[in-house]
Design a protein around this ligand. Sequence first.
Ligand SMILES: C[S@@+](CC[C@H](N)C(=O)[O-])C[C@H]1O[C@@H](n2cnc3c(N)ncnc32)[C@H](O)[C@@H]1O
Length: 296
Amino acid sequence: MPEDLYEILTEHPTEAASFLRERFAVYNYEKNDTLNNEDKSLRPIFETKLGKLYQCDCLDLLPSIGTETVDSVFADPPFNLNKNYGAKVNDDLAEEKYLRWSYQWLEECCRVLKIGGSLFVYNIPKWNIYYSSFLSKRLTFRHWIAVNIKLCLPIPGRLYPSHYSLLYFSKGKPKTFNNIRVPIPTCRHCKGEIKDYGGHRNKLNPKGLNLTDVWDDIPPVRHKKYKNRSANELSVKLLNRVLSLSTNENDLVLDPFGGAGTTFFVAEKLKRNWIGSEIEDCSPIIERFSRELIIN
Ligand SMILES: C[S@@+](CC[C@H](N)C(=O)[O-])C[C@H]1O[C@@H](n2cnc3c(N)ncnc32)[C@H](O)[C@@H]1O
C-alpha cells in the first residue's frame, strides 16, 4: 500500500472507514437474525401476534433491530414544517440539523433492510431530493412516486405544490415486486371512462391498468370522523398499495414514525409482521387497533 495511504488509514482509522463505507456503501455490521432488544430497557407498549409498537425515539429502537432482518421499511417523518406533534418533537429545525437527523435514521433503515428489501420514504420534494442523494449511495433507486395532493394552499411567487414525493429504493434487486393493477379511471359525475386509449381500449387488461409512478387516487384523511390522530395521518389506501407491492404474508414491515399507526394497522390486516416506534402518545394507535381490528 502506498505510504501516504497507509498513514491516513493508521492515523485516522475511524474517518477512513466511514469515508470508505460512504463511498462504496459497504457496511461491516454484525448480522443478527432476531431483535436483540431484550437486554435494553426497550419494552413494547403494545403487541399483537404480528406486531410490536414501542413508545420511544426511533433512534433508540432502530439500533436494536437486527441487521438485514426487515423486508420493507415505510417512513413518513415530520416534514420540518413547524407542525405541532407534541412536546417531544421539534418540527422547526435548522435545515442542516433536520438533514443530519434524517441521515441518522435513514442509515439505520438501510442497515436493517434485508437484501432485496424495499424502502419507502414519504416527504415533500424539498427534503426527498437530499434523501435520494443519500440513499443512492447505499441502495438501488427504483422510483420517485408523485402522490397527488388534491388541496393545499397556494404559495405566492411559487408554483402550486401538487404532489408529495414517495421515494422507493431497494437493497439490490427487489425480492418482492407484486404487480398492482388499478381500475380504469372514470368520471365521478357521468361514470364514463376519462381516456379513450387511442383506439386501443379493447387491448387493456380487464383486471385494470398498470400502476404508474403518479398516484392521483390517494384520498387525504381529512374528515374528523375518520381521523385517528390530529396530525398528518396517511390514507389506508396508500399503505395498502405500498405493502401489497413490496411484501408478502409473514414478511416484516418497519415504520419508525408511527403517527396514527396506519402502517401497523394495514400490515396487521394484510398478515404482515410489523414493528415500529412513536415518540409521542401511542394511545391513538392502540385505540385504533381495538376499535377496528380483533386482536389475538
Ligand atoms: C407524519 S407523522 C406519521 C403519520 C403516519 N404515517 C400515519 O399515517 O399515521 C410523523 C410521526 O412521527 C412521530 N415522530 C417524530 N419524531 C420521532 C422520533 N424521533 N421517533 C419516533 N417518532 C417520531 C411524530 O410524533 C408523528 O406522530
